[in-house]
Design a protein around this ligand. Structure first.
Ligand SMILES: C[S@@+](CC[C@H](N)C(=O)[O-])C[C@H]1O[C@@H](n2cnc3c(N)ncnc32)[C@H](O)[C@@H]1O
Length: 363
């Protein structure tokens, strides 16, 4: 296998391509990305046979910022006949080298408007395709979340890429997108950004401990309150910092204190804050520095924040800001975990999560 498929937000193929090129070469896998603007995917062509399989195993998916999903391509099929797409897929897959037996099937498309129509077909196609794959022994008879995932990605009705990802090193979500429902009582659609960040960065089994009721959070750039809403919904108390107006529904909960102050100058009145979240529209380098200061002073244990992307040089800016933040934390002897992702609900921004693993007293 020589090709690696990566899904991304349409319009961010260049960033996704730059990132895979850098990261693959750091693992001594050499190749080049094929990029088609606004296609919603990037194909990384490795020079050496077997290298795509190496990447799905060794390239830590969580560490990729711009890729929503990655899988090794075993087969590319073009000109599939409308009347019978299943037979040629089965034929090619049973002859494909290195294709493991899979425990789950996802029939997907890139996330573009044009592909939306195709998605309806993908849904209908899944049941007969699954049965046929099981019949051929390409898919286990029962869904098995521990086994590789078989991806069939249709880019056109008769054109698809087929391959696999590993469940310990992929996105658990169909098309790499968590499906979240907008809560009718939330004050802004931005609320979904923070909810998605929780799904992507915090393992579900740790939610009760790390996003626990009674904790204190600080929300910088909070108005009208979509992010504060997520914390309140989890029964936390929140200092919401912004000169704007907070939704009355949130103030009525009694869990929110609104501070009409500059987020760069705000200090929590008591040093009992677990969560810092920040969605201020500000220079990304300034925001990253501020987040570092909070973590280093022990004012918060975990932070989730957006870095707004510039018009040009988006990939370089992100790398630089994250690198500076890491160096800042390391120089101050903070042990930490950091993950950054261009989430589905992010547009011209990425979301970063930092968890301090050091026990720093805030006093
Ligand atoms: C994208 S909005 C936040 C939306 C919010 N997360 C939500 O879900 O409703 C950005 C906010 O950042 C605030 N902001 C920008 N610079 C700020 C600063 N220096 N201090 C405090 N708030 C700031 C703006 O007033 C604005 O309300």
């Amino acid at each position: 296998m020589k090709q690696l498929m990566l899904y991304c937000r349409p319009g961010f193929e260049k960033e996704c391509a730059g990132e895979i090129q850098d990261r693959a070469s750091s693992l001594e896998v050499f190749g080049f990305p094929r990029v088609q603007k606004n296609s919603g995917f990037v194909l990384f062509e490795c020079y050496q046979q077997g290298d795509a399989a190496k990447l799905v195993k060794s390239l830590d998916f969580k560490s990729l910022i711009f890729a929503r999903q990655m899988f090794a391509v075993a087969v590319e099929l073009t000109d599939l006949p409308r009347e019978d797409r299943i037979s040629p897929i089965l034929q090619e897959l049973s002859e494909a080298d290195g294709m493991p037996m899979c425990g789950d099937l996802r029939i997907e498309t890139p996330d573009t408007n044009e592909a939306k129509e195709l998605l309806k077909f993908c849904r209908k196609f899944t049941v007969p395709m699954r049965q046929a794959l099981r019949g051929k022994g390409i898919l286990f008879n029962k869904d098995n979340p521990k086994k590789p995932v078989l991806h069939i990605c249709f880019v056109e009705p008769g054109h698809c890429y087929i391959g696999y990802s590993l469940p310990i090193n992929n996105s658990q979500f169909f098309m790499g997108i968590p499906r979240l429902k907008f809560p009718a009582d939330a004050p802004s659609r931005s609320t979904l950004k923070l909810e998605e960040a929780f799904h992507v960065f915090i393992p579900r089994e740790e939610w009760d401990e790390r996003l626990a009721s009674g904790m204190w959070g600080v929300d910088l750039g909070a108005c009208p309150g979509g992010w504060t809403y997520q914390l309140v919904k989890r029964s936390m108390f929140v200092h919401s910092v912004d000169n704007g107006l907070m939704a009355q529904s949130l103030m009525d909960t009694g869990q929110v204190k609104h501070h009409q102050e500059d987020g760069f100058k705000f200090e929590p009145p008591r040093k009992n804050v677990t969560w810092l979240v920040c969605d201020m529209i500000e220079k990304p380098s300034r925001v990253a520095q501020l987040m570092g200061e909070w973590i280093i002073s022990g004012w918060a244990k975990e932070a989730i924040f957006n870095l707004k992307l510039p018009m040009k040089g988006r990939y370089d800016e992100v790398l630089q800001d994250i690198e500076n933040l890491k160096v800042f934390l390391i120089k101050n002897d903070v042990k930490f975990k950091l993950q950054a992702k261009h989430l589905y609900h992010d547009r011209e921004e990425i979301t970063v999560h930092v968890q301090s693993l050091s026990n720093i007293s805030p006093y």
